[in-house]
Design a protein around this ligand. Structure first.
Ligand SMILES: Nc1ncnc2c1ncn2[C@@H]1O[C@H](COP(=O)(O)OP(=O)(O)OP(=O)(O)O)[C@@H](O)[C@H]1O
Length: 642
């Protein structure tokens, strides 16, 4: 389906739940077979979250059901005494002990219910926390390439829905347990009273079971089928209410009407689907009720026949009628819960699946821990393709970083500079080729030890919605965040003035969405990111366009400081489009289409007159105020250099 705004992209690659493709194949028995597994996941989580509450909730629910079932025996005893041939006062007196027994059972049932409610209430938030924590722990430790993979994202979205579904799943499991125990105990008690009553009781269940499964299945399939539209509508809601750049364009370009039109279109589609679903549900309800009426009639006829044949006493028929009312109520509760288990269970199954796949894709632990400050980092024949990409981003890249050097990567957009940086930072693993630290393949080193040596200012550095202090400390959260160290980091990044100008200084919240929060300009944010990387004090600093948003003065100063870091024996890898700023880099690698096409010092590359010289001259020309007549056309200059 091609949406005029979104095309087919969201459905194909978006955060989409994983089981939608095979939902239509989920039949009744598959569903029934899956329920114990779903219940097992819920029980395991409950056990991990709070054993005592889980046990109390389980036993209290069963106790409540048993009390209700046993009260049937008391009811039968009461009825038997009341319909006896004795005079009325004696009949009532004879029925009194059974009545008292029924009362005791009712009190026990109420106590169990209260206990079950209290324990269940304790359990749900704990289970949800445990489930979410488990998911977050696994996902935070997944290889970046896997995290970016569309299939993983889809299953992660399902898993996140699973965490939310657990909130409903736990009460559903507990209520199912209670209703199941209640039905089983009631059927058992009825069987003890008369074996023929048992199948009659079971017969009444069938239409209701069908109703619950049919409705649950349709609700679920509909939710999954229309999730794309629902998500597209949510995106429009987000865009229309966002305070950032969409708000600016919506107002200046007058986009509100356009976006609202599409919102109305999508909301209309969803509304229609909801109405269709209610009509289908009404039809299923009528059919199921008709079938339930027919089975009830058949049961009454059978009971009448057995009564006339002398197989059953009047008291037993009365008890059976009472039991039927109870079982119907328990069944309707069981089937509602079954419905909930079925719907939420599919999401919980996704949750289990994503835990499994995240576990399988976890960043490996272990390896050599002591190669901590490499003299030389060398990359040889690096080949890397992003998941799902048709073309490789890197094709046989060789380069070398030495301690105390500033190495620059330049090249046109998309030539692979950031990808090289990400590979060197260990964010991705090359599909071919090796990165060595002092000759040791990096995969033999402990990943945490390697990461601890690297400082990273990515192209899209994170703007943490925290205070300035926290934004800086996250560079190395386990380091002592003394005022001196913070001030030095801010000073290095030329952020001192920015910070002192904020309403609450270091404690200013950098999130405009919150009361008292402020927003920084792009350049100010970049200074904070630089302060963070400085606070990290890593031995290898990888900077991907660290000055793109800085004003010319700050930019020049920042480059000077980065160069000075090398003087302090740090290794600096610098990616930039500011060709003039890297004149003093120890080595410059020029990338084109995923390959290193030139490398050398600034002087060597300029003398070579290749791609670097072309780019440099072109950039310089923007600042060159000499008359055009004196210029040689750039293309010709490059050709003549070839
Ligand atoms: N996360 C990603 N998933 C898929 N493809 C990607 C991803 N990041 C980059 N690419 C692709 O890999 C290639 C190299 O991208 P890279 O970001 O390394 O280039 P770059 O030289 O840093 O570009 P720029 O100067 O624009 O920052 C490009 O074709 C790009 O489309």
């Amino acid at each position: 389906m091609n949406d005029p705004l979104f095309g087919s992209g969201i459905q194909a690659k978006g955060r989409w739940i994983s089981h939608h493709t095979h939902t239509s194949e989920v039949g009744f028995w598959t569903t029934v077979r899956n329920l114990p597994r779903v219940a097992a996941v819920a029980c395991a989580l409950a056990w991990a979250a709070d054993r005592r509450a889980a046990l109390v909730a389980g036993f209290a629910n069963i106790g409540q059901a048993l009390a209700a079932a046993l009260s049937l025996l008391a009811v039968n005893e009461v009825l038997t005494n009341l319909v006896a041939a004795d005079p009325t006062p004696e009949r009532v007196r004879a029925a009194l002990p059974a009545l008292l027994w029924a009362l005791c059972l009712a009190v026990c049932g109420s106590l169990c219910r209260a206990l079950a409610t209290a324990a269940g209430g304790q359990l749900v938030p704990k289970v949800q926390r445990v489930a979410e924590q488990k998911l977050l722990e696994r996902v935070a430790n997944v290889e970046l390439a896997v995290l970016e993979d569309g299939a993983f994202q889809r299953s992660l979205a399902g898993g996140q829905l699973g965490v939310r579904a657990i909130e409903q799943l736990i009460p559903a499991v507990l209520s199912s347990l209670s209703a199941l125990a209640g039905v089983a105990a009631t059927v058992g008690v009825i069987g003890v009273l008369h074996p023929l009553l048992m199948p009659l009781l079971v017969l009444g269940v069938v239409p209701q079971a069908w109703k619950a499964v049919a409705m649950g299945r349709r609700q679920y399939t509909s939710a999954v089928r229309w999730l794309t539209e629902s998500r597209q509508k949510d995106i429009l809601v987000e865009l229309l209410t966002d305070q950032g750049s969409p708000a600016e364009e919506i107002r200046v370009h007058g986009l509100a009407g356009f976006l609202l039109g599409h919102y109305r279109r999508l909301a209309g589609v969803l509304e229609k689907e909801r109405m269709r679903l209610s009509r289908t549900e009404a039809k299923i309800g009528v059919l199921a009720d008709a079938a339930a009426g027919a089975t009830r009639l058949a049961t009454y006829i059978a009971l009448g026949g057995l009564l006339l044949a002398g197989e059953l006493s009047v008291a037993l028929v009365g008890t059976m009628m009472y039991a039927m009312t109870r079982v119907t109520a328990q069944l309707s509760s069981l089937l509602t819960q079954f419905n909930a288990l079925y719907r939420h269970g599919l999401f919980v199954a996704d949750y289990s699946r994503v835990l499994e796949s995240a576990g399988a894709a976890a960043i490996s632990r272990g390896g050599i821990r002591d190669a901590v400050w490499p003299e030389v980092i060398s990359a040889h024949d690096l080949v890397f393709s992003y998941p799902g990409a048709a073309e490789p981003a890197l094709e046989g890249v060789d380069l070398e970083l030495r301690r105390g050097e500033v190495v620059a990567l330049v090249g046109v957009n998309g030539s692979g500079k950031s990808t090289v940086a990400r590979l060197l930072a260990g964010l991705y693993q090359p599909q071919h080729g090796t990165i060595r630290w002092d000759g040791i393949p990096v995969q033999e080193l402990d990943r945490e030890t390697v990461a601890a040596q690297i400082g990273w200012i990515g192209q899209n550095f994170q703007r943490w919605p925290f205070t300035v202090r926290a934004n800086t400390i996250v560079g190395r959260p386990d380091a002592e965040a003394g005022e001196e160290r913070l001030a030095a980091a801010a000073d290095f990044a030329d952020a001192t003035e920015t910070i002192s100008g904020l309403p609450d200084g270091w404690n200013t919240l950098l999130a405009r969405d919150f009361e008292g929060g402020v927003n920084l300009s792009g350049g100010q944010w970049q200074r904070i990111a630089l302060a963070r990387a400085t606070f990290r004090d890593a031995r290898i600093l990888i900077c991907d366009e660290p000055t793109s948003a800085l004003d010319p003065l700050s930019e020049a100063e920042t480059f000077e400081r980065l160069m000075a870091l090398a003087g302090r024996d740090q290794t600096v890898l610098l990616i930039t489009h500011r060709m003039g700023s890297i004149r003093h880099a120890d080595r410059i690698y020029v990338l084109d289409s995923g390959q290193v096409v030139e490398n050398g010092t600034y002087e060597q590359l300029m003398a070579r007159g290749g791609l670097f010289a072309t780019m440099y001259l072109k950039q310089r020309r923007q600042f060159d105020l000499s008359p055009p007549a004196q210029e040689t056309p750039l293309r010709d200059a490059v050709k003549s250099l070839d």
